[in-house]
Ligand binder design. Structure first.
Ligand SMILES: [Zn+2]
Ligand SMILES: [Zn+2]
Length: 304
């Protein structure tokens, strides 16, 4: 008798477990079939050299995952989601010359980095990013009724750069502002040492004494131009040729060596990600953060 009862109980338990598993599978399936939101855009994958079509809000999840640590505060992630969306809409109107007329590409040096969210395995991080994108769905920053050029970078080093300091053209909403990022940023002062011979070869210049002269700095302290040997170079080409994290540098020339002390990471214009993280931890919401880094821009809701 006991044996029959036990067998029946086992059967009931197994049935319940099977039903629960089927239920969970169905829930997952429903979630994965979530209706795509927003218009579809064409994205050029620069590594695979192919173009895919993807709904904009789904694309943004991959951008935020690639561009900001998912462990950042939820308000910093929301600010990043709005920047990425705004930058995408800004690019859609610019026709930036990608293969097959794609609107945007996955090259962080040209447009925005992107990773395929479907191939991402860390569910908790994925959920945090998805929530940031969903809760700001359709929100963009505008100035005079147009999406702004919402550029962003990792860490400015204490002051962001105005657009004209870096690219030679100004935007009223991309000015230099004080930033609290040194509180949290890992990109603090770091020394890079080169021999003078390295410099002469890399820049293909004649040897002079001293080798580096006439350093011209922008308002936020970045190198605008510098004379190396007999030629003048812009701050950006100094950064690129020496593979430096930023143009916020101080330079020391000693006998046969040149020591460059570099601070921050990235071009320094627009939203500073570590600054956004610091402000979020101080209690500011994503709206406050965006208004701080893009002064004069307004938040606008696109209706999908
Ligand atoms: Zn591009
Ligand atoms: Zn900063």
């Amino acid at each position: 008798m006991d044996f029959i009862k036990k067998t029946q109980l086992m059967k009931i338990a197994i049935t319940i477990i099977v039903l629960l598993v089927i239920g969970l599978i169905l829930i997952q399936w429903r979630l994965s079939l979530k209706t795509p939101v927003g218009p579809e855009i064409s994205l050029y994958l620069h590594q695979q050299k192919k173009v895919i079509t993807i709904p904009i809000e789904e694309y943004l999840v991959g951008v935020v995952m690639a561009e900001m640590p998912a462990s950042f505060h939820s308000e910093a992630l929301k600010a990043q989601a709005v920047c990425a969306r705004t930058y995408t809409y800004y690019k859609l109107e610019k026709q930036p010359g990608h293969p097959q007329k794609a609107y945007i590409c996955s090259d962080p040096g040209h447009c925005q980095a992107w990773i395929d969210p479907h191939k991402y395995t860390y569910q908790e991080k994925m959920t945090r990013v998805q929530t940031a994108v969903d809760s700001t769905c359709g929100q963009v920053l505008i100035f005079e009724d147009e999406p702004i050029n919402a550029v962003y970078h990792s860490s400015c080093g204490g002051n962001t750069a105005a657009a004209e300091e870096v690219w030679g053209r100004s935007e009223p909403y991309l000015t230099s502002i004080k930033c609290p990022c040194p509180e949290l940023s890992p990109h603090q002062e770091k020394n890079y040492t080169f021999t003078k011979r390295d410099f002469i070869q890399k820049f293909n210049v004649k040897k002079t004494m001293p080798l580096l002269t006439k350093t011209n700095r922008s308002a936020s302290g970045r190198v605008k131009s510098i004379m190396i040997g007999d030629k003048t170079f812009g701050g950006n080409s100094l950064r690129q040729k020496l593979n430096l994290p930023s143009t916020r540098v101080t330079i020391k020339e000693e006998r046969q060596q040149i020591i460059i002390c570099c601070c921050g990471y990235g071009h320094g214009v627009g939203l500073c990600q570590y600054g956004a993280e610091t402000l979020a931890k101080q209690g500011y919401n994503y709206h406050d953060i965006l208004k701080y880094y893009y002064q004069g821009a307004d938040l606008y809701q696109i209706q999908y």
